[in-house]
Design a protein around this ligand. Sequence first.
Ligand code: FAD
Length: 488
Amino acid sequence: MTEPARPARADVLVVGAGPAGLAAAAAAWRAGARVVLLDAQGEPGGQYWRHPPGAGPDRHHDPDGYVRLQAALAAGVAGGGIDHRRGHQVWRVIAGEEGHAVHAVHAVRSSPGGAEAGIEVGARALVLATGAYERALPFPGWDVPGVLTTGAAQALLAEHGVPASRRVVVGGTGPFLLPVAAGLAEAGARVVGVFEAGDPRAWLSRWRDVAARPSAIGEGAGYLARLAWYGIRVVPRAAVVAAHGSERVEGVTVARLDDGWRAVPGSARRVECDAVAVGWGFTPRIELAVQAGCATRPGPDGAPLVDADDVGASSVPGVYAAGEVTGVAGAPLALVEGHAAGAAAAAYAAGRPAPVEAPAPAGLLRFAAAMHAAHPVRDGWIDWLRPDTLVCRCEEVPLARVEEAIGELGAEDARTVKLLTRCGMGWCQGRICGEAVARLVAVRAGRPDDAAANLRSFADRPLAAPMRLDLFADLGAHEGPTRDREPL
Ligand SMILES: Cc1cc2nc3c(=O)[nH]c(=O)nc-3n(C[C@H](O)[C@H](O)[C@H](O)COP(=O)(O)OP(=O)(O)OC[C@H]3O[C@@H](n4cnc5c(N)ncnc54)[C@H](O)[C@@H]3O)c2cc1C
């Protein structure tokens, strides 16, 4: 299907084609809405169903769910009810004014040849299903080639069938470490060890909540069995605290951790490897919702999330949120939330009352709460850093400069640290270093509860993605809903 470059109009615009966005688009279309679905990726499925172009229906997780949603999407596209635009990075959302709720969304379309073009979409209702991104924390040597996030290691495997390297160390915290290690081993890598900073016994104290989602227990046990089969050890309460090498990673230092995640003296040892994949859980991707003016609140792990009701309605009329942007809780809940938000958005667009949805299954919520309780990020990681450890890799800002901004120049929040040091002003716009700066300044300034507000300040950006200036210029060249503001 060729994708038109003209401004599009919709009853319901869905941003994100992961489980939540696909479910929302299908539900809105079934409710009779004209739907535009935008996603930055080339293929639908989001993080959960990430796959290479042209792959068959076989997926690692819930293949039946994928096939069902893919069929709905195909039927919607074929019937003209869904306009699915792949490879569209949304950089700006402008919420409609009260009483004239035509929301405008700007996106950049990138095509395989590298050409880019700006588009606008106007819609009566928006569903933001932008998911989450992986939480990164700095450590000495994390800028050496061969250090990846666990998500990057998985994406290499899922999209290109390539293991990160031959001898890989996996570290961080959370259940996601297990599928990454298992996937690497299955693809032929030697996984030298999995270093889990948390204490898995914490799951036991919440066993009732864990039992509320039996499929997850089976999934977790399956991964552990596969790791055991490959002879991979999962070492609890231990972390990769430094990576070594210049041209590329040649080894890492791992250490046992105390309850606050400080390295236990005398426990450090070197492990030889040529790649390391590290991940510390996920952070809701809220920047478009913040642009739209949606209220946020700190989630169970302190990361800000979009405050939405049972059908995904945010604080802004006509703007809905679904999936991990409203809290990291797994794909099954994202599907339920996406369905509810899509149906509610279609009703809003048509001027009908929102349909009454069954509440999200309590078991999914309880399991998510148990997961967050079992895998908190403790502040002891700050002690792993050295004065010359880069906190912000894009702008090459070492810890010493951040400490100077806080200790000598009096910065008490992340925004001030950013202005004084340029942390978060580079290509990633704080998605990589934001968490570290937010926590560092909160801890050092003696205001640990401010970490969520600090992190939210990194999400408050006029542009949600880097953007070429000539594409701004193009925006003036055609009519669009932001200028004419006609009712749809
Ligand atoms: C790196 C990573 C790996 C994961 N691996 C696993 C796993 O192995 N097993 C498991 O059970 N769970 C995994 N999860 C969690 C699981 O993927 C989520 O629970 C599930 O995908 C949530 O669905 P979602 O629709 O909310 O978000 P996502 O699936 O993340 O979908 C969000 C979509 O929004 C799009 N998007 C975001 N911002 C924009 C924008 N500005 N413009 C256009 N499009 C945008 C993204 O391209 C993406 O396609 C992983 C999560 C991440 C982040």
